[in-house]
Design a protein around this ligand. Sequence first.
Ligand SMILES: [Fe+2]
Ligand SMILES: [Fe+2]
Length: 370
Amino acid sequence: MPTILTIDDESLIRDSFRFYLEDYDYQMLEAENGRIGLEMIHKKQPDLVLVDLRMPEVDGLEVLQDVHENYPDLPIIVVSGTGVIGDVVEAMKRGAWSYLLKPIADFNTLRYAVEQALEKARLIKENRCYREELEEKVRLRTQALEHSNQLLRDTRMQVILRLGKASEYRDKATGRHVIRVSCYTKILANCMGFSEAEADIMALGSALHDVGKIGISDGILLKPGRLSPEEWETMQRHCLLGRELLSPLSVEDVEGFTSEVEGNMEGIISDSGLLQISRIIAYSHHERWDGSGYPEGLKGDEIPIAARIVTAVDIYDAIGSKRPYKEAFSEEECLRIVREASGIILDPQIVDHFFDSLDQIQQVKAKWAD
Ligand SMILES: [Fe+2]
Ligand SMILES: [Fe+2]
């Protein structure tokens, strides 16, 4: 049973409304001025308000203003005898849903206005519930999607880091070299003005710089003394092997797999940005700025930028790490070597950025020490 509040200073009017509307199953409330009316709205939460304009204490316009601000969905109908067009306009401006003139000649007009306003309020409410329900559904779906995206990103990162670690274990190192190289790469890429996404992809790709070492035999990889020219040539092949390992898979590579395990063939053989960067880094991280590196002997800007960054941080980290065949250099010596390699082995601009972000680099070195 909808509740209707009449706010009017004339008791006769309030009574007439009550007598008439009670017959149509409305529950009636009354207030003799705006102040009491607002209190009742707050306490009783009526479904509709009928308000007079001219009243002592708080008048109808103030009630309208308050309802409009605090109960925007509460239907409020002005019933006033002033008959001045200015009042009607002002009342509508302040949020009146409709306007009736007193005295009311035909009470059906009142009932009709009440029914219309209640129906409109019901539709507004229904619409909002529907919208909120929809928004909630979208929110939940988005959340689920974000969660599975995050899961995918995490899994991808794990697979890459584990593969990077695997290549490092072949070298009898601890697995932290790839983590440090990744972090340094990100710091340098940020410092050089690459976007966050680009820096992330380079950092992740750098973890695979030596993945080709998986294909080099122990006899060469772990040989304590100097390598013979043939052995050295084989050792250098880790760049090529890395590139091959990170090239897009062929249909033959995955055919057997997808026939047994659920998977999308096109997705599996496609070449991603991450795969491309990893491949470039794996292939070119031993090139030197002066062209004396391998496998291509590229020079200066010919060497892809991501590879130039990794060369710098890989050398810095390798010389500062203990390996079965060598002791670690002191930090001072490492920095001297990096500085001296500028313009010969390393891109001088990258070396500048390296020293610009040295504080961050040394923090990573301390945090991820072997
Ligand atoms: Fe390497
Ligand atoms: Fe390395």
